[in-house]
Design a protein around this ligand. Structure first.
Ligand code: SF4
Ligand code: SF4
Ligand code: SF4
Length: 388
């Protein structure tokens, strides 16, 4: 059985021919990789399996692997590293990786359009994976708050002042109303923010891509584990995006197989089942579940630092709360962003949002599952991962 490594959550590796740097964003650390280690590390991260690494590089690799584990820079996978896929939750349940202490809000989700080019079964239902990022609301007329240039500028200034650096544009599918999307981007990209376009990708073609290329924008779409037809379409879009050099991210909407595998659900089992137990043993007390950052271990983790704005300009904790009047925090037309941040902070810590069913589950501290989905657990619908 082969094992591979890939970089952990929020860890990046950049290099030239002489040197490399591993950036660990969640822990604000930087590690220099000297030239003599460069080729070896590149090989491991490009998908050479661990047995081969050990055969070729012997003690040097063992030491390096120890170092990478000790500093929690890697995770172990059953598949080689796949360059264009990200199994991090860039949208949805992920925590944005820039974890400075200044930002009060890190990710803003803006609903630009209500229509969509697809008709997914899952639409408007609560979904665990992926975290809900788009829902269409086709039958109603919704005045779009963000039509006015002054409104957009005021909004962008406020977001910047509060440390927000990631804007996710969603819908429906924003590509169904391309002019509106471009109108927004023309104004908004003057601000130093990272823009992500959440789309199902179906309407992406050469013309649209060459227009989108003018903006500082990344395309964000998902690969769905069991939908072969859809994934084939996405594959074609990926070829186009690469051809035009438009940045994109794919979110794999499957959980990390090793970590969430039933056999490995307990931390001790992760250690036991890991094939190089002797290597992992010295660190077993420090071993964290990959993709988790201890500083975010609070109530309602998936909602932290996020804000969602509906087309009408109303603020909610996330798209899954849309139309629930209790969680409609009011309109941005009448209030400043700081007001909403105070209200959101209460929701991020609100224990009453947690389901009793999860209270004695030992995974609760780590569980990033959808709050809205968890609310629905009752005697009939339960989480089958519960361990108590
Ligand atoms: S792509 Fe999103 S908005 Fe469109 S139908 Fe599917 S789930 Fe709904
Ligand atoms: S019961 Fe399921 S949803 Fe609840 S905390 Fe445990 S793993 Fe998470
Ligand atoms: S409640 Fe959390 S996981 Fe569910 S849709 Fe909202 S942000 Fe995503």
């Amino acid at each position: 059985m082969k094992w591979y490594i890939s970089l952990g959550y929020g860890v990046k590796f950049v290099h030239n021919n002489d040197r490399g740097v591993i950036q660990d964003f969640p822990n604000s650390k930087i590690f220099i990789v000297e030239k003599e280690y460069l080729e070896m590390l590149k090989k491991a991260l490009n998908g050479l399996d661990l047995n081969n690494m050990e055969t070729i590089y012997k003690e040097k690799w063992k030491e390096t692997l120890n170092f990478l584990m000790l500093n929690k820079l890697i995770r172990f996978t059953r598949e080689p590293y796949i360059k264009y896929f990200h199994d991090e939750w860039t949208a949805g349940t992920s925590i944005p990786i820039e974890s400075d202490s200044i930002s009060e809000i890190k990710a803003m989700y803006i609903n630009l359009v209500s229509s969509c080019s697809l008709d997914c079964n899952a639409c408007e239902k609560t979904r665990l994976f992926p975290c809900i990022s788009c829902v269409k609301t086709p039958d109603s007329y919704r005045p779009n708050y963000l039509l006015n240039e002054n409104t957009i500028i005021k909004f962008m200034i406020e977001l910047t002042n509060h440390g927000c650096n990631q804007i996710f544009l969603t819908g429906g599918d924003p590509l169904t109303e391309f002019d509106k999307l471009i109108g927004f981007m023309d104004i908004a990209t003057k601000f130093d923010l990272n823009f992500f376009l959440i789309t199902n990708g179906m309407l992406l073609d050469k013309n649209k891509i060459s227009v989108l290329k003018k903006y500082k924008l990344q395309i964000l779409f998902q690969i769905i584990e069991d939908n072969v037809e859809y994934n084939r379409e996405i594959e074609n879009r990926v070829i186009l995006l690469k051809e035009y050099n438009l940045p994109f991210r794919l979110v794999l909407n499957v959980p990390n197989k090793f970590i969430l595998d039933e056999k490995n659900i307990r931390k001790e089992n992760i250690i036991q089942n890991y094939p190089h137990e002797d290597l992992i043993n010295p660190f077993k007390n420090n071993l964290m579940r990959p993709t988790m950052n201890i500083s975010f271990m609070k109530q309602n983790k998936c909602l932290q630092f996020k804000m969602y704005m509906s087309q009408e300009g109303d603020i909610y904790p996330c798209i899954a709360f849309y139309k629930r009047s209790k969680y409609n925090l009011g309109s941005l037309k009448n209030r400043k962003l700081s007001h909403f941040i105070v209200e959101l902070e209460k929701i991020w810590e609100d224990k009453s949002l947690q389901n009793q069913f999860c209270n004695d589950c030992i995974l609760n501290e780590y569980c990033m599952s959808c709050i809205v989905l968890k609310e629905q657990f009752n005697n009939l619908v339960k989480c089958n991962m519960r361990i108590h």
